[in-house]
Design a protein around this ligand. Sequence first.
Ligand code: ZN
Length: 267
Amino acid sequence: MKLQLIGTGSILTARMSASALVDDKLLIDTPNGSMKAMRRAGLDPCSVDFCLITHFHADHFFDIIFLLLEQGLQQTRDRDLVLIGPAGFADRVDQLFELSYPGSWDEMEDKVRPRYVEFDPADGGECSEGGYTIRALPMQHTVPALGYHITDPAGARLGYTGDTVRCPSVDELAADTSVLLLDTSFPTGRVGHMGLDDVEGVADQWPDLHLIATHRGDDVTHSARPNIIFPADGQTFDITAQGLRADARSMPKQRGDRKTSVLGVDL
Ligand SMILES: [Zn+2]
């Protein structure tokens, strides 16, 4: 499994908002600017066959319009584009298109061939698509949200929390994956988000698990825990059934310590 981080930041950072691409075709979240970030990284948005959305906040979702435009303006797909996310996904896409490009979705929809798999965010669920087994787990954020457990055909197991506080589903992912990407928005956890203190708690409990800290503010830069990785935008990892390949464990890239705040808004 090839894992590439399209973005690693939270809203008030110069890094792109957090999203990740698996094997150049399975995209997790479509935050603001993510299609431009893919192009800058030399990746083709038309190669995406599966798109997983954790929740409908703009910094995770709003570029869905541009993923669909990238695909519909360039090609008529010969197979479905599988869109997996919380219940209401299809309605949200209809509404966003009507707001942004009124009257254009019907024609685009025929070319893009979206097929939705929607899960109740209170329960989660499981599906198999393109050789991947994808399990959605209920997370605890300020809005209904899902995390994902992804197993590829070769048996590599990846977890992605999306935005959440530490909750039973985070531990469930940690117990059954070899690489886990976690919301690490702040030095300490706040409403709706884990902090580095929460992630270090997971690292201590599962010392053999590789944790990738993403959705980071600029004040989350390093940890004494050896199994927490602080990736840069665009960084790639190679994951096998045995776990993260040692030669793909890059050194963390440190950024500045500019302080940020969220001005009392729960994002
Ligand atoms: Zn959010």
